[in-house]
Design a protein around this ligand. Structure first.
Ligand SMILES: [Zn+2]
Ligand SMILES: [Zn+2]
Length: 136
């Protein structure tokens, strides 16, 4: 598959082939149907915000779940989902207390390795899922 990768501030995005990493126990694989570049992407490209490199851009996406890891609960194949730079784990005190927007694990959820470039570098995606229950 191809991805738009951020490699360094001020440089054009690199459209290149990447290999998805194997699905892990808590991962969900989504077929992206639409995505965009938002102000956060602009800030990353300019160097105003830093999250390391390389990054697969387009963290505000929607799509359909194609596969779920063995430990995933509450999401199943064919669910429609949206992604976010502020994903929630669903299990921490904030998530179970009705405050998923301040999930203590959000940063680690969004920085999971997602893809391998042809040169072997591993890219993150800066996103996680926000399931939309009942939207089928
Ligand atoms: Zn955004
Ligand atoms: Zn949480």
């Amino acid at each position: 598959m191809k991805a738009a990768l951020f490699l360094e501030p001020g440089a054009p995005l690199s459209l290149e082939a990447v290999e998805l990493l194997p699905l892990r126990a808590n991962d969900v694989r989504v077929r992206i149907t639409a995505t965009s570049l938002c102000h956060t992407d602009v800030a990353i490209r300019s160097g105003e915000q830093t999250y390391g490199t390389p990054i697969v851009m387009g963290h505000e996406a929607c799509g359909v779940v194609e596969a779920v890891g063995a430990a995933v609960q509450g999401i199943q194949v064919d669910d429609r989902v949206i992604s976010s730079t502020a994903p929630s784990c669903g299990h921490c005190e904030n998530c179970t207390g009705g405050r998923p927007h301040v999930c203590v694990l959000s940063g680690s959820v969004r920085s999971v390795p997602r893809a391998r470039r042809t040169n072997g570098d591993i890219a993150t995606g800066l996103f996680g899922l926000c399931p939309i229950h009942g939207w089928r």
